[in-house]
Design a protein around this ligand. Structure first.
Ligand code: DGJ
Length: 690
C-alpha cells in the first residue's frame, strides 16, 4: 500500500492506495506523531470481510467505484452519449506532493477517462481544499461527480445541516445518523436560502467550545448536491458536488472546491478556521476601514425622488453613514418589480440630469456611492428582452419568479453586453460599490450559468479593482465561498428584524467572518415581521457585523437618533480589530439567551454580546460563560451599555456601576453574572487583558 500524509497543527490526514487504486482516507484526526509508521496505519485500516458481504470490502476511496463493488453511492456516475453506464476502475498513474498539496492523477484506459484529485492543506487556517477533475477522450454525460470523498466519524450520533427560507436563512438542523442516505439536491441553480452548502459532523457531547467535529463547505454558487450516507457495513461517507443536471455533455468536468476542517476543541474551532480562511485567503480586497452603509431600499423602495433622497442622505450621514447605496428603482422605467430588469440605463424621469446631482450631494456629505444591479435577470417588459428574447435561459413557458426571467450567462454575447452596460456606468459615475442581486431561482441548475456569472464578476473586478461588490439574492440566497471569492460582502438576509437577524448571523458565523457579513438597522416596525424592536437592540445587532442602516431616517425620534449615532460611533472605533476578530459562539444554559464573543487575534481584547431574545423561565440571569481566554490572565470587564438597564433591575450587581477584573479561568468556568434585563434586548460586554 502506498501512503501519504498532510498535516496542520490541528490535524493529520493520511491517505493510502492499495494495489494502485484510488487513494482513500485512512486517517483523519488529531495530529499523529511524525514518527507514525503510515504502513502500519494502512494495515490497521484494512476492514474485515464478513457474512453477507462481497468477498472483498471495496475501499471508501476519494472516488468510490461501483465496478469494485462499493456498496454505496459511487463518486462518479457517467454515461456515454447513447446512455450506456460507464463503470470505471481507475488506476493511480502519478502523485505529486509539495507544500501541503497532494495531487493524484488516475487513468481508466479502457474508457478513455482521466481523474485528478487534489488536496491542499492550509497550515495556518487548518482548512483543506479538495477538488476533483475529470477528463474524457470522447464526449460523455456526467450525472454526478463528487469532490474528493471523505469518511464521516462513526462516533458521531448526528449531523448538523442548514436549511432556510427567505428571511429565515441558516436554520440549523440536527439529524440522526442512520443506515441509508441523507441527500440534498438543490435544483434552484443558486446556493439557495433553502440549501446552504455546508455540513458538520459532531461527536456526542460536542458543543461550541469543546468536543470533536468535522465541517464541510462546498464553495459553489450554482446549487450543490450533498450525500451523507451510512452503508450497511456501518462505514459512512460524505460527498459534495454540483447539483444533479449541472453539467452539459462534454469532455472536461470539474467540481468546485470542497473546504473541510476538523477540531477537537468544539464547533468554534471549525468556525474560526472557515472564518479566517474566507477572510484571509478567499475574500477579495475591499475598502478599509469598512464604511458604514446606508441603504435606501426599506426607506423608499421604487419611489425615487431626488429631493427626498438627498434629504435622506444628509440625515444618514449625520447619523454616521459613510456609504450611500442606491437600491432598486433607478433604471429603465422601474416603478415596480414588473419591469425594466436588463435596461441598466438611468431613468430620466427620476434623474433628469443623471445620477450626478445625487452623487455630488452624497460625496459632499463625505460618503461614497453604491449602486444596485441585478445583472443576470430580465423582465419581459424591457428594451433588452424586446431586442433579444433568445437570450433567456430555459423555455419561455417556464414559471416566472418575481415576474422575471433569467439571462443565459453561458453566452458570451450576454456577458459582453452586461459588461458593457455596467462598465459604462462605472466609467461615467463615481461608484465605489455594487450591490449585486439575484432574486429568483433558475429554471434548472447549470454549471455554465454559474461560470458565466463568475466570468462577468471577474472581468468587472479586473477592470474596476477599487469597486467593492456585495452578493445578495433576496437576502442570503447566494452565500458561499465561490461568490465570496468575488464579493467582499453578503447581504445575509432580507430580515432586518433584529431578533431574527441575531440568530441568522450567529448561525452563519459557523462559516462567515464579521468582515463579509452585512447587517443593517431596520425600521422601527420591521417590514418583514411586523415586530417593533427598540433602537438599542436593532443597533447593537447590526454592530456585531458589517454595520449599516436601512430605515427611513425621517422616522427616528431624537432619542433613537442619539442611540443610533452612539452605537455607530462605537462600531467605528472598534471596527478595525473586530473585522479581524474570531467570532466565538457561546454555549448558554438559558435557551432565551443567544450569545457570542468577538476575540481579537492577539487575544488581548474582546467584546461579548448576550442577546436576551425572550423572557427567561427563571428570574435571575444564568451566568454567561466566556471562551477562548487565557485561564491565568486577568481581564477588565465592563458592561458598556449598562445605561440601558431597566428599572425592574433593582439590585446592585457590580457591573451595573463599575468594571470588574477577573481571571480567564473565572470567566470561562463560572461565567459572568449579568444584571436582569428585559426581553428583546442585548448586553454588550467589553473585556481587555490587563
Ligand atoms: C432583494 C434584496 O434582498 C433587497 O435588499 C432589495 O435589494 C430588493 N431585492 C430590491 O429589489
Amino acid at each position: 500500500m502506498q501512503t501519504w500524509r498532510l498535516d496542520t497543527a490541528r490535524q493529520t490526514l493520511c491517505l493510502g492506495s492499495e494495489n494502485g487504486g484510488v487513494p482513500s482516507v485512512i486517517y483523519w484526526g488529531a495530529p499523529l506523531p511524525l514518527t507514525e509508521d503510515l504502513s502500519q496505519v494502512a494495515l490497521a485500516h484494512i476492514p474485515d470481510v464478513a457474512a453477507g458481504m462481497l468477498d472483498e470490502t471495496a475501499a471508501l476511496s476519494l472516488c468510490p467505484e461501483a465496478a469494485r463493488g462499493f456498496p454505496g453511492q459511487p463518486g462518479l456516475q457517467a454515461r456515454d452519449l447513447n446512455g450506456a453506464r460507464l463503470l470505471p476502475r481507475f488506476t493511480l498513474a502519478r502523485c505529486t506532493q509539495k507544500n501541503g498539496e497532494l495531487s493524484f492523477q488516475l487513468t481508466e484506459a479502457a474508457l478513455g477517462l482521466a481523474l485528478e484529485l487534489e488536496l491542499l492543506a492550509d497550515p495556518d487556517t487548518h482548512v483543506i481544499r479538495a477538488t476533483t477533475r475529470l477528463h474524457s477522450d470522447t464526449a460523455i454525460v456526467v450525472d454526478w461527480l463528487a469532490a474528493p470523498v471523505f469518511p464521516a466519524s462513526q462516533m458521531a450520533a448526528e449531523m448538523v445541516e442548514f436549511s432556510g427560507r427567505w428571511c429565515g436563512e441558516f436554520q440549523t438542523r440536527h439529524l440522526p445518523w442512520a443506515p441509508g442516505a441523507r441527500l440534498r439536491d438543490n435544483g434552484t441553480g443558486r446556493s439557495g436560502h433553502e440549501h446552504f452548502p455546508g455540513l458538520i459532523v459532531a461527536d456526542p457531547g460536542c458543543n461550541n467550545s469543546s468536543g470533536t467535529a468535522s465541517a464541510f463547505h462546498y464553495g459553489w454558487s450554482g446549487g450543490h448536491r450533498m450525500l451523507a450516507e451510512e452503508l450497511a457495513d456501518g462505514r459512512r461517507q460524505i460527498q459534495f458536488g454540483h447539483a444533479s443536471g449541472s453539467y452539459a455533455p462534454g469532455t472536461e468536468f470539474e467540481t468546485a472546491p470542497l473546504y473541510l476542517t476538523r477540531s477537537d476543541q468544539g464547533l468554534n474551532a471549525c468556525a474560526t478556521a472557515f472564518q479566517r480562511h474566507l477572510r484571509d485567503r478567499i475574500s477579495p480586497p475591499v475598502k478599509t476601514p469598512r464604511p458604514l452603509h446606508y441603504n435606501c431600499w426599506e426607506s423608499v423602495y421604487f419611489n425615487h425622488n431626488l429631493k427626498e433622497l438627498k434629504d435622506i442622505a444628509s440625515r444618514a450621514a449625520a447619523l454616521g453613514a459613510e456609504r450611500f447605496v442606491l437600491d432598486d428603482g433607478w433604471f429603465g422605467r422601474r416603478d415596480d418589480d414588473t419591469t425594466s430588469l436588463g435596461d441598466w440605463v438611468v431613468d430620466p424621469r427620476k434623474y433628469p440630469e443623471g445620477l450626478t446631482p445625487l452623487i455630488d450631494h452624497i460625496k459632499a456629505l463625505g460618503m461614497g456611492f453604491g449602486l444596485w444591479f441585478e445583472p443576470e435577470m430580465v423582465n419581459e417588459d424591457s428594451e433588452l428582452f424586446r431586442a433579444h428574447p433568445d437570450w433567456v435561459l430555459g423555455p419561455m413557458d417556464q414559471p416566472r419568479g418575481r415576474q422575471q426571467l433569467v439571462l443565459d450567462m453561458s453566452r458570451s454575447d450576454v456577458v459582453d453586453h452586461l459588461y458593457g452596460q455596467i462598465a459604462a456606468l462605472l466609467h461615467d459615475y463615481d461608484i465605489e460599490y455594487i450591490k449585486w442581486d439575484h432574486n429568483r431561482v433558475l429554471p434548472g441548475p447549470s454549471a455554465a450559468q454559474t461560470k458565466g456569472t463568475y466570468a462577468l464578476l471577474d472581468r468587472l473586478r479586473a477592470a474596476f479593482p477599487a469597486v467593492d461588490i456585495e452578493s445578495c439574492a433576496s437576502g442570503g440566497g447566494r452565500v458561499d465561498f465561490g461568490i465570496l471569492q468575488r464579493c467582499g460582502r453578503v447581504w445575509l438576509s432580507d430580515s432586518n428584524d433584529a431578533l431574527e437577524r441575531m440568530r441568522i448571523q450567529h448561525e452563519a458565523a459557523l462559516f462567515l467572518p464579521a468582515s463579509v457579513t452585512g447587517s443593517h438597522v431596520g425600521p422601527r416596525r420591521c417590514h418583514t415581521s411586523g415586530r417593533v424592536i427598540d433602537m438599542a437592540t436593532r443597533a447593537w445587532v447590526a454592530a456585531q457585523r458589517h454595520m449599516g442602516f436601512e430605515m427611513d431616517p425621517r422616522e427616528l425620534t431624537g432619542a433613537e437618533a442619539e442611540t443610533l449615532s452612539q452605537v455607530a460611533s462605537w462600531w467605528k472605533t472598534n471596527r478595525d480589530w473586530m473585522q479581524q476578530a474570531d467570532i466565538l459562539r457561546l454555549d448558554h444554559a438559558d435557551p432565551a439567551v443567544l450569545a457570542e464573543m468577538q476575540l481579537a487575534q492577539d487575544g488581548h481584547r474582546f467584546v461579548a454580546f448576550a442577546g436576551q431574545r425572550e423572557t427567561s423561565d427563571q428570574i435571575l440571569p444564568r451566568p454567561l460563560r466566556l471562551t477562548g481566554l487565557e485561564p491565568l490572565a486577568r481581564y477588565e470587564i465592563e458592561l458598556i451599555n449598562r445605561g440601558d438597564t431597566p428599572a425592574l433591575s433593582r439590585g446592585t450587581p457590580a457591573l451595573k456601576s463599575v468594571p470588574l477584573t477577573l481571571s480567564g479561568a473565572y470567566l470561562m468556568d463560572h461565567g459572568l453574572t449579568l444584571p436582569w434585563n428585559l426581553p428583546q434586548t442585548i448586553r454588550v460586554i467589553e473585556g481587555r487583558r490587563t
